[in-house]
Write a protein that binds this ligand. Structure first.
Ligand code: HEC
Length: 122
């Protein structure tokens, strides 16, 4: 009985660890957590953090024509190093020290889902 209880306790305790790992590469969940406050929950560039003080609006990721102009590598670089790496605003923060490669890949994939586009190659 006690052993069964301990096993049950262990499963309950480790549950969140496993689900956390499973969600780690979920682009949508990552976007909601790290990006939506600026880029908007639907990726339309209208997050609650965005005020009139913003010198530039966060990218609206549903603008297919704009998103077609940049490659996956461009997106990856901006996510890792922030806006300035692509001569864009430092209001876009660097995430290279926060996110893993797999998480960044998942985000690139999610942005491509939002724009419903593949972007320029190379
Ligand atoms: C503090 C607000 C803020 C947060 C949080 C933020 N961004 Fe941004 N992001 C911006 C702004 C502002 C720009 C536009 C910069 C410019 O055009 O000069 C931008 C631009 C970008 C671009 C460049 C698009 C292009 O046209 O080249 C990408 C890609 C991007 N963000 C991805 C993300 C991702 C992914 C996250 C979450 C991990 C994120 N951003 C979080 C503010 C933010």
């Amino acid at each position: 009985m006690t052993r069964l209880f301990l096993i049950a306790l262990l499963i309950v305790a480790l549950g969140p660890v496993f689900t956390g790992a499973a969600q780690a590469a979920d682009g949508k969940a990552l976007f909601g957590f790290y990006c939506a406050q600026c880029h908007g929950t639907e990726g339309e560039g209208d997050g609650p953090n965005v005020t009139g003080d913003f010198p530039v609006d966060p990218r609206n990721f549903t603008e297919t024509a704009e998103m077609e102009k940049i490659s996956d590598a461009d997106i990856r670089n901006v996510i890792i190093d922030g806006g300035p790496i692509a001569d864009k605003s430092p209001m876009m923060p660097p995430w290279g020290k926060t996110l893993t490669d797999a998480e960044i890949e998942a985000l690139v994939g999610y942005l491509r889902q939002l724009c419903n586009c593949t972007g320029k190659t190379g």
